[in-house]
Design a protein around this ligand. Structure first.
Ligand SMILES: [Zn+2]
Length: 103
């Protein structure tokens, strides 16, 4: 799966960055994180399979959208929504070939 290097979410452009490892403040391993101040969506190389990676990417984008337009979504809702949205896009083959073309 090839993700874009930048994504525009609302008025802001986020850089999509790969990192070796991500940890939360309590040292829990994370697959992704978004930083609205720096304008970065960071993804851990620990994201193995494509479905997991896409889910993580969409999850972090939803956080950015949530912040951008103040949707008021909590973590659990973002988690469930990203899971369903990922399945919807994959199951209905709605992703561009350029994303699905390996790499
Ligand atoms: Zn989250």
């Amino acid at each position: 799966m090839r993700l874009p290097k930048r994504v525009k979410i609302g008025a802001k452009v986020f850089r999509v960055k790969w990192v070796d490892e991500l940890r939360d403040t309590d040292d829990t391993k994370l697959f992704g994180r978004f930083d609205s101040v720096e304008g970065v969506i960071a993804l851990s190389k620990a994201c193995g399979v494509d479905g997991e990676l896409l889910d993580t990417f969409i999850h972090e984008c939803l956080h950015a959208m949530n912040r951008s337009v103040k949707l008021g979504l909590d973590e659990d809702t973002v988690h469930r929504l990203s899971f369903m949205l990922t399945a919807f896009l994959v199951d209905n083959k709605l992703l561009a070939d350029s994303l699905m073309g390996g790499g």
